[in-house]
Design a protein around this ligand. Sequence first.
Ligand code: G6P
Length: 461
Amino acid sequence: MANHLVIVANRLPVDRVVGPDGAPGWRRSPGGLVSAIEPVMRSGDGVWVGWPGGTEQDLAPFEVDGLSLVPMSMTDEEIEGHYEGFSNGTLWPIYHDVVAKPEFHREWWDSYVEVNRRFAEQAAELAAEHAMVWVHDYQLQLVPQMLRELRPDLRIGFYLHIPFPPAELFQQLPWRREILEGLLGADLLGFQLPGGATNFVRLVRQRVGHKTHRNTISLPDGREVRAAAFPISIDAAGFEELARDDEVVQRSKAIREALGNPRKVFLGIDRLDYTKGIHARLRAFSELIAEGHFSVEDAVFVQVAVPSRERVEQYRILRDDIDRLVGRINGDLGRIGRPAISYLHSSYPREEMAALYRTADVMAVTPFRDGMNLVAKEYVACRVEEDGALVLSEFAGAAAELRQAWLVNPYDINGMKQAMLDAYHADSKDLRRRMRAMRRTIAQHDVEAWATRFMTELEDS
Ligand code: G6P
């Protein structure tokens, strides 16, 4: 009942696992968000409300590693309408520069409203008097206002993990006003970059007609809402420790060996998503081989594509496109035992990721649009020898902080080729200078600092 902190997110921070005895159970998912909030959750009677995935109904609250979790069940229709439909078929593409075409369906919207209402009601029931409720991400943008109507005593924060689009794109949404008003239920709105906050405030002025001053919005009832940038980060110390772990070091050597000890290993790790620019990146790499800049003995590209949203059509199409491209590149350029691209459609635990980061001489993170991109930060945290090159898209939020990366426009294949080639040939002095600076940035701005800053500012709002 009386929780002083309620986290509301579409997903719970746990994954389903099957134990060695065959019994189903839960394991904490690797995300940094949960570890950042964990100390506050434990000390402040915190609870996390979210969907555990799947369609199981009537789930009871449970605990994992001392974290109190309240699972929200979703029906098949809600998964189709709220999650796959409105969240990932409408909002996701609009908020990512319409890299894919968004679809607008009134039934999807109805389902989004319905699910948001249930989350708001659940949070209202769990929160203690004057508690803090922190709502996360694009799937739940109506929750702040719905919650405020139910519980005006609460302090409500909202954080958007993905970009907030410019007015020109947001305006396409038939439900633009409802979404803006939903968000305005919060006391504090967090965005990855200052540009997102500015886009939001401008839209509120234009579309809702509220008075704004810089990043503060004044509502007719006298309430003030502040919008600001809070760039998210990772558990930097945790990744660094993992990268120094003996087993991870050994595993990294084994990976390099298994790849045939090439001179340079390139790496991409992404959810299989059309915003990530995987296709263009692999093409750029393959052209470098085809043109003889280096051979398949010199370099290999390891691309990990983590399965994602597999029932959404755009994601199916993407998977087929990448399968075909990788097949063609390896068919054209590979030799026996030497593919140009080592393609893995799978997800891996943190230890394996750390081993891959340790192995990669060049990490390519080239999304067309990305709120932050934590993979880029994880790579930097794992480069404990202060070497390794990061090729990073200008259109990832991380580019605002990781200025010493080789920054690229992911739409410019020739530009990406040049950056990959420069990274391939970079001397150790140059690599060290860049990596050191980036490591300093990540160490200073970790996820704990991020969560603390957001919650302190929400407390003070
Ligand atoms: C992005 C979103 C998250 C989402 C995650 C995985 O990082 O910002 O809200 O949970 O992708 O996507 P999924 O659809 O599997 O939850």
